[in-house]
Design a protein around this ligand. Structure first.
Ligand code: BJW
Ligand code: ZN
Length: 247
């Protein structure tokens, strides 16, 4: 780590320790960079192989599912299997451990990969759903099991296609999760955003919401993002490396 970067990291860590000692509420907001060390590609990384010709942001829409349900279904089944075969990394484990010592922390994630939960974090606020859950695209009924079909996604008993329980562009976020996240942002003393490009709303607005209510914002990312210029501290580091220094 460069010297200037190391100084900012040390100051940011000092800030976290002070907030923790004073039992102030801390909000962690995580994005895809959190799971990079688990081998899960970030959303805006180019995927290789079979899917390289598709743009992820173009497949994660209701329009794409309506136009080509089998293509979108297969893409999600491939990613579901990828995250189920991945393991939580040290960063996920540190966050789970921090919660044990410090229940006033709140974890809000944009990730759909279930890795925070598998690392032992509790009450994770899932803003964009969870790719390991499948539900009906019409009636919402969860599907524990399903049988793959040749030319289309499996169907619910109501006759409509099953789909991953994630939030696509243009869809509303789960109301409860968004409300809880906004409440946590408005009442925290410190918000730490980790591994997110900060371009997808409303999640990207949470650090700013917190700052407007008086919180300090620490951003952790391997490179500057849309959020960096407004953060109180921008720590240029990987998620796992920064979080290990908290334990
Ligand atoms: C590391 C690292 C390491 C790498 N360590 N770091 C206001 C303004 C403008 C537009 C809108 C707005 N409000 C709503 C919108 C529209 C839209 C939106 O935000 N569009 C923008 C792109 C412009 N939002 C929506 O449609 C949302 N719905 C909504 O608001 O409903 C009401 C409404 C609708 C329409 C209009 C207006 C209002 C829904 C958003 C749903 C997002 N869904 C996805 C897909 C989930 C399912 C799936 O996985 O397929 O969620 S999109 C994708 O982006 C995914 C992610 O959760 C999300 C955020 O991505 P994230 O986590 O930031 O990942 P990356 O890849 O972008 O970045 C990774 C970062 O990690 C990088 O910075 C790396 O440097 C870093 N990194 N390795 C630390 N080791
Ligand atoms: Zn149904």
């Amino acid at each position: 780590m460069k010297q200037g970067t190391e100084q900012v990291a040390a100051q940011a860590l000092e800030h976290v320790k002070q907030a923790a000692t004073a039992a102030q509420p801390i909000l962690f907001l995580t994005g895809a960079g959190m799971s990079a060390a688990s081998g899960v590609p970030t959303f805006r990384d180019a995927l290789t192989g079979l899917w390289a010709k598709y743009n992820p942001t173009e497949l994660a829409t209701p329009e794409a599912f309506a136009a080509n349900p089998k293509l979108v279904w297969d893409w999600y089944m491939m990613r579901k299997s990828m995250v189920e075969n991945a393991e939580p990394n040290e960063g996920h484990r540190v966050l789970a451990a921090v919660q044990n010592h410090f229940p006033a922390m709140q974890l809000v994630t944009q990730n759909v990969d279930n890795l925070h939960q598998r690392a032992g974090s509790r009450n994770v606020i899932e803003l964009h759903g969870n790719i390991t859950r499948i539900r009906c695209s019409r009636c919402g009924t969860p599907a524990a099991t399903f049988v793959e079909q040749q030319d289309e996604p499996p169907r619910c008993a109501c006759g409509h296609f099953l789909r991953p329980d994630v939030v696509w562009f243009g869809e509303s976020l789960p109301e409860d999760a968004l409300q809880q996240a906004e409440r946590a942002a408005a009442s925290c003393a410190l918000v730490i955003s980790i591994g997110t490009s900060g371009i997808v709303y409303p999640a990207a607005g949470l650090p700013q919401l917190a700052r407007q209510a008086g919180a300090v914002h620490i951003e952790v990312n391997v490179e500057p993002t849309a959020l960096s210029s407004q953060a109180d501290y921008f720590v240029q580091d990987s998620a796992a490396s920064f979080l290990q220094r908290l334990s």
